[in-house]
Design a protein. Structure first.
Length: 300
């Protein structure tokens, strides 16, 4: 089973307006609702690829109901801890002449509720994959990922971490199967501008030494490079098409890579499927659908 963790999921309410005037009543020209969160994005793309996953995390109130029902409709096994108090977030994205976002904080998560999540991870077995993606919300203790990894450490689980800065570094000791920094995240990790391929390769070697097994560096419109555990370096380009939005392209790439590896154990194919999903999301409004992924896979 593939498990994804989304500590602070949301409903993203995207409103389109011709013009947004602060301090006035504005009327939308179009509205959309998406279920948001990096772990959930991974689950959604896995579902498009025909792969089951279990989405873990915390939900609360009526927004929490909407998140769980929406995921179930997509065929994703939603196994969230229901919080006793509060309401899961609704993040507002305003798309007018410019784009603005208002993101909520999310409900408070008590230590006892976090302990319930830890118990849930006892279901994770040898050969399973767990994806820890995104930052830790203020309402959860900073060492949340470490506590989860400590709990499953001895079980030979494939750990995937898509996080930034110190949070990623602290996870490396648990020998994650995959990390996927982008160029900016790599620069933040090493405290300097990382751009040349030689420099990227140096950074990947350092991350291997610290414990990462496969380092997938995504370079947005320039593709991606996989520094694999087998010592080989694999490269992937992009196809040219109209970019509609790159939010979630990285999460899509993570999902495609995991699905590819699950099916074939072949790094070149895993990277290719990852790239197809990343590209397809960049060329889609929201996350990619399976038709788009298959089309891009044929063009890569
Ligand atoms: N403009 C683009 N054109 C084509 N493919 C793209 C583009 N941007 C991203 N991709 C695809 O998606 C992959 C991941 O993108 P990127 O490096 O932007 O991830 P990211 O910054 O982690 O994104 P996020 O965290 O928002 O999900 C790229 O390696 C590429 O395959
Ligand atoms: Mg990312």
């Amino acid at each position: 089973m593939i498990y994804t963790l989304t500590l602070n999921p949301s409903i993203d309410y995207v409103v389109h307006l011709d013009r947004f005037v602060s301090g006035m009543t504005n009327r939308t020209t179009d509205e959309e609702f998406f279920i948001g969160g990096k772990g959930i994005n991974v689950s959604c793309i896995l579902a498009e690829l025909g792969m089951n996953s279990t989405a873990l995390g915390f939900t609360a109130g009526f927004v929490g109901d909407a998140i769980e029902n929406g995921l179930r409709e997509m065929g994703i096994h939603a196994d969230f801890i229901r919080l006793r108090e509060g309401i899961s977030r609704i993040n507002v994205k305003i798309k007018a002449e410019s784009e603005s976002e208002i993101n909520g904080q999310g409900p408070h998560i008590s230590e006892e509720e976090f302990a319930r999540l830890l118990s849930k991870t006892d279901a994770v077995r040898e050969g399973d994959t767990i994806v820890l993606a995104g930052s830790i919300p203020k309402t959860v203790s900073e060492d949340a990922y470490e506590r989860i990894l400590q709990r499953i450490e001895w079980r030979n689980v494939r750990i995937v971490v898509d996080a930034t800065k110190n949070l990623l570094l602290t996870c490396l000791a648990y020998r994650p199967f995959l990390i996927k920094p982008n160029r900016q995240e790599l620069s933040e990790l090493f405290g300097r501008e990382v751009s040349s391929e030689n420099d990227i390769a140096y950074c990947a070697r350092e991350l291997h030494k610290k414990g990462a097994r496969n380092v997938l560096v995504s370079l947005g419109g320039d593709g991606a490079i996989l520094f694999a555990e087998d010592g080989n370096v694999y490269r992937s380009g992009v196809v040219r098409d109209r970019v509609l939005g790159t939010v979630g392209a990285g999460d899509s790439m993570v999902a495609g890579f995991i699905a590819g590896y699950e099916r074939t154990r072949d790094y070149a194919y895993s990277l290719k499927l990852g790239a197809a999903c990343g590209n397809a999301t960049a060329f889609s409004d929201g996350l990619a659908k399976k038709e788009k992924i298959n089309e891009i896979l044929g063009r890569l």
